[in-house]
Ligand binder design. Structure first.
Ligand code: RIB
Length: 305
């Protein structure tokens, strides 16, 4: 196995709106799509479509979404031996996308909350064979902490994407990660520092490097991506200009592609540039995972751009 993704799965309920309704108002929206989402699953699917072998550690409910989520993993060649099923609702995410392709997301964690440190221990032998553990914050924080500790114990590097943002994650856990990949909001919340320009973002990221984290990679939307490494490396990759129709899941496309490239033996710089292009491609299509290219589709798109 290349990558163990320990994280969430959701069903995304994406409504394409012309504007948000006022309180008490009912408005009509032009379009709606139901699809597979959740930050953990999105990152897993992106990496799998690019050719990585993925061990998925997650939890589904016992509702009508559970079977289709399992089938989606199988369709993408993902190992589902550690997908646990519990009574109750699977995770869902009502999402609103406006005409400028900007999105607002609500998540209901549902079954994702039931993934426990014991579930990780049950998968430890297989996780030990992976080259990378990929984590986000849509599961219980105790399970995230246990996953970082497990990665350290097994000597498997950990990539942590601290999304959605929370103040509850202690910096001591960030320090134990090889790759820490926040956006500006998440970086600000964690460091309590301003992040309104590149210099401020650099300063905030440096405090995390000083704590012991290997690499801080900040995704900054229109401003691109900034990488600071613990050996003084620094790189700013500007955002590619494309015709965006839907930005839902673009950050996950970036992380999934980065995880694929880095476990494929590529340099951090090459992995970042490739992931930046993969994320740019993803915003040109509608939906979350439906906009993630396979290796062949991505290669073709790159040749044209
Ligand atoms: O990052 C996008 C994802 O956030 C969506 O797929 C949604 O499910 C939420 O987890």
């Amino acid at each position: 196995m290349d990558i163990a993704v320990i994280g969430s799965n959701n069903i995304d309920l994406i409504t394409y709106i012309t504007r948000m309704p006022e309180e008490g108002e009912t408005i009509e929206a032009p379009d709606f799509r139901l699809g597979f989402g959740g930050k953990g699953s999105n990152q897993a699917i992106a990496a799998a479509r690019l050719g990585s072998s993925i061990l998925m550690v997650t939890c589904v409910g016992d509702d009508l979404f559970a079977n289709s989520t399992m089938q989606n993993y199988r369709d993408n060649g993902i190992d589902t031996r550690y997908v646990k099923q519990v009574p109750g609702a699977s995770g869902v995410a009502p999402i609103f996308v406006d005409p400028q392709a900007r999105n607002s997301v609500i998540i209901v964690k549902g079954a994702n909350n039931a993934l426990t440190p014991d579930d990780l221990e049950a998968a430890a032998e297989d996780i030990a064979r992976c080259e990378l553990i990929v984590l986000q914050l849509e599961i219980h924080l105790d399970t995230v902490r246990a996953a970082i500790a497990l990665g350290n114990r097994l000597n498997v590097p950990v990539l942590l994407n601290p999304a959605p943002a929370t103040k509850e994650l202690e910096v001591e856990w960030v320090a134990r990660c090889e790759y820490f990949m926040p956006n500006e909001t998440e970086l600000a919340l964690l460091t309590d520092m301003p992040v309104s320009n590149l210099d401020e973002i650099r300063e905030a990221a440096r405090t995390l490097l000083a704590s012991g984290c290997g690499n801080v990679i900040v995704t900054m939307g229109e401003r691109g991506v900034l990488w600071l490494g613990s050996h003084g490396e620094e790189l700013h990759v500007p955002q590619l200009s494309v015709n965006a129709v839907d930005t839902v899941g673009a950050g996950d496309a970036f992380i999934g592609c980065f995880a694929h490239c880095i476990t494929d033996g590529r340099s951090i710089e090459d992995s970042l540039r490739t992931a930046n292009a993969y994320a740019a491609h993803s915003v040109t299509g509608h939906g979350t995972q439906t906009s993630y290219a396979t290796a062949a589709e991505f290669k073709e798109w790159l040749a044209e751009h």
